[in-house]
Ligand binder design. Structure first.
Ligand SMILES: *Cc1c(COP(=O)(O)O)cnc(C)c1O
Length: 338
């Protein structure tokens, strides 16, 4: 089971997204272990390419990353200053007045950033909270002020312009760098770019960055193959029955490895040198069964994620998004970075 991760493609995607926002600094979002692809490899590669701003979700992720990046890399923690968190060497993005006062009491003079809520109602200070402490926050000199778009993957969604107007109303006149756009926001155009952009998913080759270079190839070894006769079934609950003699290969990976069970019977395939071999029957915990009848030989490995079936196609079969496919990829794979 090998998860091939193309670091050069990640760097190329970062460079391409940065070039779409030439007036802004491009950060790199490496939360959830760089969307499952290995923050310890991805973040240093992006640092080498010029990234100096990194985002993680949790202080624990930041602490793991800190020794792997030079001191001039800023590691921003999106959950901010939670009670008891160790933020040594990290920059909390403070999400509420409570977090701001806690942080200033415990880390006076240390760097911090601010998140404002502009309509998503998930993280960040609301307009009234912000206006009450804005002067005090600005006097403490935040690294930047940010907010997050709820619908940036839908360019025509009215929430985008609404959130942009709210962000402007809350931050115009502040002489502090501003940040609003993740991958989707970068693609919405220059109005959304401000001073710092925060691409995540686009670095890893998935939508909404449709022009991304593919980053992941997932190859799964065949354990055995057999011929099933017409009327014989394959897999749990006997959901698939052969209508003719079929050659079935059993492959070593399953839903315990993040191959969502919901792709069963939806038309997903494994690929042998570009040729589709349909998945038949249910995905089980450690195994997948595949119809390889059309191949001349049973190959050693079959690919689940490859140019013929990219992350987003697999996500469609599972009724989910590329983000969930990537962050579900399990710990049993040999990850190789080239
Ligand atoms: C995850 C996240 C990002 C990155 O978003 P993508 O859609 O993956 O580019 C940026 N900002 C915040 C606040 C996030 O939570």
């Amino acid at each position: 089971m090998t998860l091939h991760i193309d670091l050069q493609a990640i760097v190329a995607n970062w460079t391409a997204l940065a070039a779409k926002a030439p007036g802004a600094r491009a950060a790199a979002v490496v939360k959830a272990d760089a969307y499952g692809l290995g923050a310890a490899k991805v973040a240093p590669a992006l640092y080498q390419a010029g990234a100096r701003d990194f985002f993680v979700a949790l202080a624990s992720e930041g602490r793991a990353l800190r020794p792997l990046l030079p001191g001039d890399a800023r590691i921003n923690v999106l959950s901010g200053h939670m009670d008891g968190a160790d933020l040594t060497g990290l920059v909390p993005v403070l999400n509420s007045p409570e977090q701001f006062f806690r942080d200033r009491a415990m880390r006076p003079g240390k760097p911090f950033a601010i998140q404002l809520d502009t309509g998503m109602n998930r993280l960040g200070m609301e307009a009234a909270e912000w206006s009450a402490i804005r002067a005090e926050v600005l006097a403490a000199k935040p690294d930047f002020i940010m907010s997050h778009l709820a619908c940036a993957d839908e360019p025509d969604h009215p929430a985008n312009a609404m959130q942009l107007a709210a962000f402007r109303a809350m931050t115009d006149g502040c002489t502090v760098p501003r940040s609003l756009a993740a991958t989707g926001g970068i693609l919405l155009g220059p109005d959304y770019h401000f001073d710092l952009v925060r691409p995540g998913i686009g670095l890893y080759g998935a939508l909404p960055f449709a022009d991304a270079q593919p980053v992941v190839r997932l190859s799964l070894p065949v354990i055995q193959a057999r011929t099933v006769q017409p009327g014989e079934f394959v897999g749990y609950s006997a959901t698939w029955t052969a209508d003719a003699p079929r050659r079935i290969a059993t492959v070593a990976a399953g839903y315990a490895d993040g191959i969502l069970r919901s792709i069963s019977s939806k038309g997903a395939s494994l690929y042998a040198a570009g040729r589709a071999c349909p998945i038949v029957g249910r995905v089980s915990m450690d195994l997948i069964t595949v119809d390889v009848t059309e191949l001349d030989d049973v190959p050693r490995d079959l690919d689940l994620i490859c140019p013929e079936q990219p992350v987003d196609r697999l996500a469609d079969f599972a009724g989910t998004i590329g983000y969930e496919i990537l962050t579900s990829l399990g710990l049993r794979y040999d990850r190789t970075w080239q």
